[in-house]
Each structure stands twice: as structure tokens, then as C-alpha cells.
Design a protein around this ligand. Structure first.
Ligand code: BGC
Length: 757
């Protein structure tokens, strides 16, 4: 299709109409010009194609599909290839179901563990989220199906999500909240981006020219179209001007008329409308010209893929030698979720799974297991009879495995949690079972971090997150050692909610949410505060052990324009095959800006047989060392030493090397009489010129103590003097000095140091 030609043949009304949905899920068609409408559907972890009765909260039914593990689960895989394979499968399902665009992935940062939608988001870390979103998008789009990277931007809570303003300073915005979108847009080129409901620093995301045009298109080169979250449009004309092409769902013609009126009145340039139409048609044509619905897909095959994905994503949090379980032992499964797992969250991502496999069902082929329900999920009520029955079953077995987690009502799209606890009936059950059965394992089904008051009372903990429709089979695979667990936490589990950095400000006040913790989100905060956590970012155990050695870099000193290659050898020192996630963090040792202790800048998942060694290699560019400098409005590396840290988790650093990075960018500096000596000292040449000023101030301190005969005391006083003078402004040489500096001399010095060196 010649998009420009077709657009030029459209009436004003047709063009305006094309910029909003035909109904809940379809875009409009214009028969006379051969323009076909397309269907879009949620996403992100399976298809929610609503053939009839559209809604955006997962209330009405949808066609049967495969529910894959949710984002918080797949992020724990730290496995780019696996996520890509899942994306390909989703692409095949879309082709078969004639859905042009799947509404995902979700890369909003997990600012707080209680965001109701965390299960749909990848991580607290922007680099990890960007990397995995990239592979999801590449996978789906390799099938000529579009993705919708969402929700752009700063949608980190459900509370008042359609009216609140996320107020975030520029550096935090760049380093934390924009970064996952930036990485995914640049690396994977999603066909569409979905704007969020909320405002960003007071301006609705749906009509924000800065984010939708300046940053997304001009800076990052986005060339698809922006779709509104369902119902996110506030002012249709302003939204179009700002860079929002498609409004979803249909506004029943109301907003189309507004666009027409604005063009007629001259308040909207028709060219902007033309451009939007062209962008929409260009994206849809990519799908329309490559449709293959006849190829279909094998649901059973995808059910098995869902099993593989979650078995490689679940995180073994604790293992005091209890796992893997011995197939010949008497084992009790306890807890409703063994029979009916919670494997997905509520809201728009809710998939109508064509089948669900529970752990109880999956274990049948392997051995007979005793079972007790233990609790109910309808309400959080301690049921003594259920607990008593569970205790009896647990006592008779060699091992008790408790299937616990959050019920649907505890977390969903549309609202946030108010606490981080499991239902009290489940906490009680776990405590009572652990009291009678020393060999207790807890298996968790939850979309986000929970508190674990019983952590020291059980021998094993396996985190499944919301593991998709075949989570039961995968759980059995891992529990009995057929699959060696290899997931790592993509978020920190704090000891308690109050430890979370956003705790004091989360939800905000009325419609204003200030992100006062700034860049200190997740491990960036816990590390800096040296806080104990329940389980750190990147943590996850294996049934084998790995050794790290021979960390080396391509150079000891590089320029910020160079690429540093980092290599490390990893050996499987245990007796079974296993996968290790090699994590690379970078820390700026000394910085004039406030920075995290370290940040994730690379990861690789490798498979090793017993005794095998592999070399893992990382390439680090400027961005790995940089922070966002708001003065120059760019990423900047400060000259100095950086730690290259290789970790098994963010709290288990196994190798370390220091390199020096030299900046090639001089920050603009203007010295005034009020610049401090400390500022000047950052430039040794300028400090040399200022030496007479320093001496004038320092002289005064010296005079007072001239008679001191104790050299140790004199040294202390000199050091104290230096510390005090450092933070004084240059003008102290005049009003606080020994009288040797005149105004004229001061001006001359300033002129000299302000000249480019
Ligand atoms: C959600 C989106 C979703 C859309 C369509 C909205 O409520 O925020 O993530 O894609 O509905 O269902």
C-alpha cells in the first residue's frame, strides 16, 4: 500500500476517524480505499482476544489461549533466549488468531513491592527490564506481529492511576524510569508504545510532547505509533499534537469530531493529522501484508513451552539440603494451590487458559502424594479443622511441601496491596506445619515480594511467582530435581514493607505522587543504606555449585569513548548440570554526584555440565559508567576509578577489579567569588592559580597556633584547617584572609581560571 497516496485520498473525517478505535479492540477500515482495520489484544503473557464483549479489566471472557508465566516470573529467568522464544510463541498465537498487535511488554519499574500490577512488570532494575523487553519484542515481532511497550511513563502504582501525577526529578527519570523504555525502543524497535494513564510532572502522559515526541521520537528514533492506554486520552487534540496517534478504544466519534473541528478552525495543522494516519497505516501494513492465519499453532506444544519457561525462571530462595526431593520418600503436599495453583493475575492481562496443570496432577505420574488443603482462598480465615488435618498429613510424611501464595483478591490490576503479608491463615498454617515437621518446604505463588515471618523455620523456599498455566508440572520438575533451578530475583525482597525506599511517599497525597527517594530504587537503596534484606536482588540457588576465577579486563585505563571487555571463567564444581546467571555490576568509587554503590550493567546465563568451565564475556560502553548530568542534559562519566564487580547476586560479589575511566567531556564550569575551594580543586590547574587565595585564608588559622610545639597536634590542626578552608568560598580570601589579597587580584584570578584550559 502506498500509505502517503492513500492518506491523501482520505477525507478529513476519515483521517480523524482512523486515529481512534472502531470498537474496543479493532481499528477502523475504509473500504473504498482498501484500508483494513486490525485487531489488537492483551498481553503481555498470553492472548486475551475478546471475540465479543470487550473490556479492559478482564471481566468478560476471551478465546481460549495459553497463559505463559507473567513478567515477574520471566524476568527471574535472566534468560534472553528463553524470553525471545516465548515472544515467538505469542507471535504465532497472534497470527493464528488474527491479532495484529499484542499489548505488552510492561516495563514499569517496581518502585514498591505493593504495586498491584507488579506481576505484569519485569524488574526494579532498568537495565534488566530493558534487556528482557528487547527480547520479548524481537521474538513477537519476528512473526510480523506488533508489540506495545507499556505504560509510558511512570505508571508505578494503581492507586488513582488515571488522575495522579508522578512527580520525578530529571536525573531519576532518566536513570530509572525512562531507561527501560529507552533500551527497548532503541534495541528492539517496538511497532507501538502505549502511553500511561497518569500525569508526568503535571502533564498527562497522553498529551505530553516532551515524552511522546522530544524523547521517544527525536532522541530515541521511535518510528512506530503511540496508542493510548484504554481511556487515557484527556484532550484529544492536544494529545495528537503531542504525538499520540491512536486513541483506544473508540470514543464513539466524539473525539474524532473534535479533531475535525480543530483542523477547520486552524488550531490543529492538518499535516499533524496526516502524519498520524500515515504512521498508523504503516504499522498496520506490516501485519496486513504478512498474515499467515492458516499456519496456526499447537496449543499443547505451547503448554509445554510454558512449562519450560517457568521451570527456568523459578527461584530457589532457600535450601538447607532438603531439595531436590527424593522420589522414594513419603511426601505430603499441603495447601489449596497444590490442587488449584494461582498462576496469573487479575485485570486486563487475564488469559482464558485452555488448560491448567496443577502440581498434584503433575506429580501423579511420578508417585503418590498425600494431600491436605490447609487453607481456603475465598477469605482470609484461620480454619482450625483444615490446619489440624494438614498437621496430621504432614506428621506422617518425611517431607511436607506447602503450596502458599497470594490469592487473587490480594493483588490485581486496578488496586495496590496495603501490606506485604501472605494471608494470615497461610502464615499460621506454615508455622504450625513447620513446628511438627522439620522437613518443610514452602512453594510460593505470588506476583510480587511477600514478607516471610517463618523464613527460619522451614528448610526450603521455592519462589514461582505467577507461573502460567503449566506451573504445576514445572514445580514437580524442579522439586524432584529433573530441572535444576536457575532463576534469580529481579527484585529485592525487603524484610518488611517499611524498609522500602518509597514507603513514606507511596500513593502520594491526593493526585500528587512525589518520587522523593529519587534514583534509590530497589537494591540501589538497600545497598547504600547497608540494610539487611530478606533476599537480595539477583539471588537464587542451584542444585550445583559454581566457582568464579580469572576476572580480567581488556585494559586498566580506558577513555569514556572506548569499550571495555570484561571476561571471567565460571566452573560447575558440583555433581549435576546447572545454569548460572553471571551478573556484572559497576560502581563508581568516588563521585562528585550521589550515586548508588553499584548498578547492574551486564548478565549472562550459561549452562554448565559438572566440571565444565566457560568464559563469559561482557562489553561495557560509556553508559555502563555514566550518570545523567542535568546540566549538560546528557550521560556523563566522571574521570576516576570504577569497580567491576562479578556477582552471584547483588549481595554475593565473587570477583572484583578496578579500572580507571577518563572522561573526554569537560563539564562547563564558571567560577565566581562564591565558588568553593573544593569546587576549584576538582581542576588542579585552576587550583594552582587560586593558591594565593587559599594561602591567605589558611595563614590566619596558622597564626593562631604558631606557638604550638606539639607536631602531632600541629598536623591535626593543619588537616582541620584544610577541611575548613576547602568548603569556603573564594571570597573568604578577602573578608576572612590575612589581608594579602585585594579585589583586583581576586578578579584577575577569576578571569584566569574562567579562561578555557
Ligand atoms: C491496561 C492496559 C491494557 C488495556 C487494554 C488498561 O486498563 O492498563 O495494560 O493493555 O487496559 O486492556
Amino acid at each position: 500500500m502506498d500509505v502517503k497516496k492513500v492518506t491523501s485520498q482520505m477525507s478529513l473525517e476519515e483521517k480523524a476517524g482512523l486515529c481512534s478505535g472502531y470498537n474496543f479492540w479493532y481499528t477502523k477500515s475504509i473500504e473504498r480505499l482498501g484500508v483494513e482495520g486490525v485487531m489488537v489484544s492483551d498481553g503481555p503473557h498470553g492472548l486475551r482476544k475478546q471475540a465479543t464483549g470487550g473490556d479492559h479489566l478482564g471481566v468478560n471472557g476471551s478465546v481460549e489461549a495459553v497463559c505463559f508465566p507473567t513478567a515477574s516470573a520471566i524476568a527471574s529467568s535472566f534468560d534472553r533466549d528463553l524470553v525471545k522464544t516465548m515472544g515467538e510463541a505469542l507471535g504465532d498465537e497472534c497470527q493464528a488468531e488474527e491479532v495484529a498487535i499484542i499489548l505488552g511488554p510492561g516495563v514499569n519499574i517496581k518502585r514498591s513491592p505493593i504495586c498491584g500490577r507488579n506481576f505484569e512488570f519485569l524488574s526494579e532494575d532498568p537495565y534488566l527490564a530493558a534487556e528482557l523487553a528487547t527480547d520479548y519484542i524481537k521474538g513477537v515481532q519476528s512473526k510480523n506481529i506488533g508489540t506495545s511497550l507499556k505504560h509510558f511513563l511512570a505508571n508505578n502504582q494503581e492507586h488513582r492511576r488515571m488522575s495522579s501525577s508522578s512527580d520525578i526529578d530529571e536525573r531519576t527519570m532518566r536513570e530509572i524510569y525512562l531507561a527501560p523504555f529507552e533500551g527497548a525502543v532503541i534495541n528492539a524497535k517496538p511497532w507501538t508504545v502505549m502511553c500511561s494513564y497518569n500525569k508526568i510532572n503535571g502533564v498527562f502522559a497522553s498529551q505530553n510532547p516532551r515524552t511522546l515526541t522530544d524523547i521517544l521520537r527525536k532522541e530515541w528514533g521511535f518510528n512506530g505509533y503511540v496508542v493510548s492506554d484504554w481511556g487515557a486520552v484527556n484532550d484529544r487534540v492536544e494529545a495528537l499534537k503531542a504525538g499520540l496517534e491512536l486513541e483506544m478504544p473508540s470514543s464513539r466519534g466524539i473525539n474524532d469530531k473534535r479533531i475535525v473541528a480543530a483542523v477547520k478552525s486552524g488550531s490543529l495543522d492538518e499535516k499533524i493529522l496526516d502524519r498520524a494516519v500515515e504512521r498508523i497505516l504503516t504499522v498496520h501494513n506490516k501485519y496486513l501484508e504478512n498474515r499467515v492465519p492458516e499456519v496456526g499453532y499447537d496449543k499443547e506444544e505451547h503448554h509445554q513451552l510454558a512449562r519450560k519457561v517457568i521451570s527456568e525462571s523459578m527461584v530457589l530462595l532457600k535450601n538447607d539440603g532438603i531439595l531436590p526431593l527424593n522420589k522414594s520418600d513419603d511426601i505430603a503436599f499441603i495447601g489449596k494451590f497444590a490442587e488449584k495453583p494461582r498462576y496469573q493475575g487479575g485485570g486486563s492481562s487475564h488469559v482464558n487458559s485452555f488448560k491448567v496443570t496443577s502440581a498434584l496432577e503433575a506429580v501423579k505420574g511420578i508417585k503418590n502424594i498425600t494431600y491436605a488443603k490447609g487453607y481456603d482462598v475465598k477469605e482470609d480465615k484461620i480454619d482450625d479443622a483444615l490446619i489440624k488435618e494438614a498437621i496430621e498429613v504432614a506428621k506422617k510424611a518425611k517431607v511436607a511441601v506447602i503450596f502458599a501464595g497470594l490469592p487473587d483478591s490480594f493483588e490485581s490490576e486496578g488496586y495496590d496491596r496495603s501490606h506485604m503479608s501472605l494471608p494470615s491463615c497461610q502464615n499460621r498454617l506454615i508455622q504450625e506445619i513447620a513446628a511438627v515437621q522439620p522437613n518443610t518446604v514452602v512453594v510460593l505463588h505470588n506476583g510480587s515480594a511477600v514478607e516471610m515471618p517463618w523464613v527460619n523455620d522451614v528448610k526450603g523456599i521455592l519462589e514461582l511467582y505467577l507461573g502460567g498455566q503449566n506451573v504445576g508440572a514445572a514445580t514437580i520438575d524442579v522439586l524432584f530435581g529433573d530441572v535444576n533451578p536457575s532463576g534469580r530475583l529481579a527484585e529485592t525482597f525487603p524484610l518488611k514493607l517499611e524498609d522500602n525506599p518509597s514507603y513514606l511517599f507511596y500513593f502520594g497525597e491526593k493526585d500528587t505522587v512525589e518520587y522523593r527517594e529519587g534514583i534509590f530504587v530497589g537494591y540501589r537503596y538497600y545497598d547504600k543504606k547497608k540494610l539487611d534484606v530478606l533476599f537480595p536482588f539477583g539471588h537464587g540457588l542451584s542444585y550445583t555449585t559454581f566457582d568464579y576465577s580469572n576476572l580480567r579486563t581488556s585494559a586498566d585505563i580506558i577513555k569514556d569513548t572506548d569499550t571495555l571487555t570484561v571476561k571471567v571463567d565460571v566452573t560447575n564444581t558440583g555433581s549435576v548440570s546447572g545454569k548460572e546467571v553471571v551478573q556484572l555490576y559497576v560502581g563508581d568509587k568516588v563521585s562528585s554526584v550521589i550515586r548508588p554503590i553499584k548498578e547492574l550493567k551486564g548478565f549472562e546465563k550459561i549452562d554448565l555440565t559438572p566440571g565444565e568451565t566457560k568464559t563469559v564475556s561482557f562489553n561495557l560502553g560509556k553508559r555502563a559508567f555514566a550518570y545523567y548530568n542535568t546540566e549538560i542534559k546528557d550521560w556523563h562519566v566522571e574521570t576516576g576509578e570504577f569497580d567491576i564487580l562479578i556477582g552471584k547476586s547483588s549481595r554475593d560479589i565473587v570477583c572484583k577489579k578496578t579500572v580507571t575511566v577518563e572522561s573526554t567531556v569537560a563539564l562547563p564550569v564558571v567560577y565566581t567569588v562564591n565558588s568553593s575551594f573544593a569546587d576549584v580543586m576538582l581542576n588542579p590547574k585552576a587550583m594552582e592559580v587560586c593558591r594565593p587565595l587559599w594561602n591567605s585564608v589558611a595563614a590566619l588559622f596558622k597564626d593562631e597556633n604558631a606557638n604550638d610545639s606539639d607536631p602531632a597536634k600541629a598536623a591535626i590542626i593543619e588537616a582541620m584547617t584544610a577541611s575548613m578552608v576547602k568548603v569556603m568560598p573564594l571570597r573568604a580570601a578577602i573578608n576572612f584572609g590575612d589581608g594579602s589579597i585585594t579585589h583586583e587580584q581576586m578578579n584577575e584570578i577569576l578571569e584566569k581560571i574562567n579562561k578555557p584550559h
